[in-house]
Design a protein around this ligand. Structure first.
Ligand code: PHE
Length: 494
């Protein structure tokens, strides 16, 4: 039975009538699968792995945290990452539009028409039955845009610390530095708001400059040498820490979980860290997925990215904890300054440390900027595609707002040190709000969206997995991941 007005709408609504395989991304495509893997790895690997992971592990009981983290990556983050890239690749626009497109597509119903010649009904078209159905889901996209801006606001400040440490290392400040020396160097730096503001401004400026030139140009070139370079230096550092007296104690702390330490709050932090580290729940990978050609297997690229990301985080832990135990730092109180207080000691006492230290912070800076680009990209493409901005205007506007919010984080380490909301300073509040609330919520909604709303035939067609892998993924995305997120979230909250 066939409704003429709907039929008209179908014709007018190009998005629906253009066959999926003819749809091209309106903002171009990665030229190869390897480039997508590089870009997604560039987004995932960043300050999260090297700065935040050791700090979080230290604060949450070491091995207890690590084991829950690994479980969260495998059972929650990985299936959601697949779902997020799926939305992006099928939607092919900014997160808001991609979600809108997919929910329109999902709300289509089969329309049957009586074929009088053959005297039977045949399916003629898909049409969507309820215009209102698809407006709510784009909220995930909006939430992601906001999460990205909030994360980048403090991410940029920490990236600024990294730039400053390039110069500190280069000028020999770390030579033979003691634990007290490294700590006071760090404290002196963070108490200086103007200096941090300068680096924060420079970092935001560079990020916006690259983004205003379009993602593909700069990124594709930079990431090729960045990731291998970072691996190399981490391996060199790993070699160094094996010589430390606290090496085995460090490893034991990291890998031997004290199961009594697995509390609701540890689990919540570990899950949040998995979302943060893999860049999921806010649309960064959705955007990158929208540049991914239909030819490539989402599952394959996702596994590679998740593996690389986890590897770097664990390696960072293997490096930091032996230093912590060799120099008798209290891991529970070190906080976000952990790597800035421990690594200088390593560089200060290893042969060639000045060079390695400088190189390390340069690479960390690059790792930070490739993540920063993915944090701002959803907001920028939204302004371009939906609000008629040029790339330059969009980058400038979003960059300015982000920069402004970032000042609050700078102040958290000096002027506003003692100003707390819910027991947290401004920086800790933004960090907790994004990692522990917004990203899990975004990921949860994506799981529900792809697991229940998106038609099975759509996800089968997009993922092209083997039957058994698809079934495992589907169980994870429909039951395990969303239930786990909700349980962890409510337990943590209480
Ligand atoms: N995953 C990045 C890191 O570990 C941070 C990030 C979070 C990037 C969310 C994009 C989205 O440094």
């Amino acid at each position: 039975m066939y409704n003429i007005t709907y039929y008209h709408k179908l014709i007018i609504n190009k998005e629906i009538t253009i066959a999926q395989n003819e749809r091209k991304s309106i903002h171009g495509q990665w030229s190869s699968k390897v480039l997508f893997i590089f870009a997604a790895t560039g987004s995932a690997v960043g300050l999260g792995n090297i700065w935040k992971f050791p700090w979080m592990a230290a604060e949450n009981g070491g091995g207890a945290f690590v084991i829950v983290y690994l479980a969260s990556v495998a059972l929650i983050a990985l299936p959601i990452m697949i779902a997020e890239i799926l939305i992006g690749r099928r939607g092919k626009q900014n997160p808001v539009n991609s979600l809108r497109y997919l929910s329109k597509e999902a709300s289509q119903v089969k329309v049957y028409e009586v074929d009088h010649d053959l005297n039977r009904t045949k399916q003629t078209k898909y049409q969507h039955h309820n215009q209102e159905d698809y407006t709510n889901w784009e909220l995930i996209g909006w939430m992601g845009v906001i999460s990205g801006i909030i994360i980048l606001s403090f991410y940029s400040v920490i990236a600024g610390w990294t730039i400053s440490y390039i110069f500190k290392s280069f000028s020999g400040l770390f030579n033979q530095v003691t634990i007290d020396g490294a700590t006071s160097l760090f404290k002196k730096f963070t108490s200086d708001a103007e200096r941090q503001l300068a680096w924060h401004t420079i970092f935001m400026f560079m990020t916006c400059y690259i983004v205003s030139k379009g993602v593909r140009g700069g990124l594709e070139k930079a990431i090729k040498f960045l990731i291998p370079g970072l691996f190399m230096i981490l391996l060199i550092l790993t070699g160094y820490v094996t010589t430390l007296s606290g090496f085995t104690e460090g490893l034991r702390y990291l890998f031997l979980p004290d199961l009594n330490k697995i509390t609701a709050s540890v689990v919540w932090s570990a899950m949040g860290m998995a979302f943060f580290s893999l860049s999921i729940g806010m649309g960064a990978l959705m955007i990158y997925g929208s540049y991914l050609s239909n030819k490539f297997s989402i599952f394959e690229v996702t596994s590679i990215v998740a593996f690389a990301d986890t590897f770097v985080a664990i390696l960072a832990g293997i490096i930091i904890f032996p230093i912590v135990f060799t120099y008798h730092l209290d891991p529970t109180t070190a906080g976000p300054g952990l790597i800035f207080q421990t690594l200088p000691i390593a560089f200060g006492s290893m042969p060639g440390g000045e060079t390695f230290g400088t190189l390390f912070f340069i690479l960390l800076f690059f790792a930070a900027i490739t993540s920063a680009i993915s944090l701002i990209e959803p907001a920028v493409t939204l302004l371009i595609e939906n609000f008629r901005h040029t790339r330059a205007e969009a980058s400038l506007k979003i960059g300015f707002v982000t920069w402004l919010v970032g000042i609050g984080t700078i102040f958290s380490f000096n002027y506003w040190q003692d100003v707390t909301i819910l027991g947290m300073n401004f920086f800790n509040l933004l960090d907790a709000l994004t990692s522990k609330v917004l990203l899990p919520l975004g990921g949860f909604s994506m799981a529900i969206f792809v697991g229940y709303l998106v038609k099975r035939r759509t996800s089968v067609a997009e993922l092209k997995m083997s039957q058994s892998m698809y079934t495992i993924w589907r169980v994870l995305i429909r039951y395990i991941a969303p239930v786990a997120v909700m349980v962890i979230f409510t337990n943590g909250f209480m």
